[in-house]
Ligand binder design. Structure first.
Ligand SMILES: Nc1nc(=O)c2c([nH]1)NC[C@@H]1CN(c3ccc(C(=O)N[C@@H](CCC(=O)O)C(=O)O)cc3)CN21
Ligand SMILES: CC(C)C(=O)C(=O)O
Ligand SMILES: [Mg+2]
Length: 275
């Protein structure tokens, strides 16, 4: 059975953890879908891991739609969430609804995610009213990197922690179906998770969240520009790629690949005529 928006709440109520990963292309999404991961986020982190930018700010709606289309084509079980890029919703409630609509209508996403708390509740309500499920995202919101002065853990002092608890409650009121908590102390994530009835999805937010998400290149060791503390390598795919590519280079250089079994051949009589 396909994982739908209502399963998010069911999981929380049954104390069953929600599993999410990012994905940005068809073949990767297909592997995750076939593994029956609950949900995929087509994250604007694609700006960093797919496009090589230093942060997520240059990512466009066209980038997001392009990758969301590829991912949604691969998923018949997994729920697909499209991430709203920088300046696609901050500018107005109207822009937020139009661009959320594009991720669903053109990209094939089943829900959208946007960064921010109380400030964006009007935007979120308007998108929800347009029949598009919304996932919130608070804590380290990477689109605020220039305000934070870097990718830094949030909610460490009393005022900031209280603000995040309030933001989570406001997001629930605005109609969000789940909230990503990024890079906050695990005890704060526990308080937030217990203060709201919608599930929390943590990344660098500890074990008390109702679900977890990671950027897949991080957990498969395929991205080396930085490695946050919250990343665990579940499989060394980076090393497997290194080994595979280096064997390929060696075998081509030495004339070992392609072998007979990878080649097509002519009938003997046709060959004679050609000579
Ligand atoms: N590959 C990748 N993984 C991510 O998790 C990710 C992205 N890209 N791009 C968008 C944002 C940026 N993120 C980041 C990036 C760096 C840190 C980091 O280096 N954090 C420090 C904490 C610094 C502090 O102490 O405040 C760490 O050591 O984890 C955290 C989250 C999370 N997101
Ligand atoms: C890290 C997750 C939550 C995200 O927003 C992204 O991948 O863009
Ligand atoms: Mg994002």
């Amino acid at each position: 059975m396909a994982f739908t928006v209502s399963n998010f709440l069911k999981c929380k109520n049954n104390s069953e953890k929600i599993t999410m990963l990012t994905a940005y292309d068809y073949s990767t999404a297909k592997l995750f879908n076939d593994e029956k991961i609950d949900a995929i986020l087509v994250g604007d982190s694609l700006g960093m891991v797919c496009l090589g930018y230093e942060d997520t700010l240059k990512v466009t709606m066209e980038d997001m739609i392009h990758h969301t289309k590829a991912v949604s084509r691969a998923c018949d079980h997994t729920f697909v969430v499209g991430d709203m890029p920088f300046m696609s919703y901050q500018t107005s409630v109207y822009d937020a609804v139009v661009n959320a609509g594009r991720l669903v209508k053109e990209g094939g996403a089943q829900a959208i995610k946007l960064e921010g708390g109380a400030l964006y509740c009007d935007h979120i309500s308007a998108i929800v009213n347009a029949q598009i499920p919304v996932m919130g995202h608070i804590g380290l919101t990477p689109q605020s990197v220039n305000v934070f002065g870097g990718f830094k853990v949030q909610g460490k002092n009393e005022d900031n922690a209280k603000k995040l608890i309030e933001d989570a409650k406001k997001l629930e009121e605005a109609g969000a179906f789940a909230i990503v908590l990024e890079c906050i102390p695990s005890q704060l994530a526990k308080i937030i998770s217990e203060s709201i009835s919608i599930p929390t999805i943590g990344i660098g937010a500890g074990v008390y969240c109702d679900g977890q998400i990671l950027v897949y290149q991080d957990m498969l060791n395929m991205y080396s520009n930085f490695k946050p503390k919250f990343v665990k390598t579940f499989s060394d795919v980076g090393h497997a790629i290194h080994e595979g590519v280096s064997s390929y280079i060696q075998e081509v250089k030495e004339g070992v690949f392609p072998g007979e079994e990878h080649s097509f051949s002519l009938k003997e009589e046709t060959l004679k005529k050609l000579y």
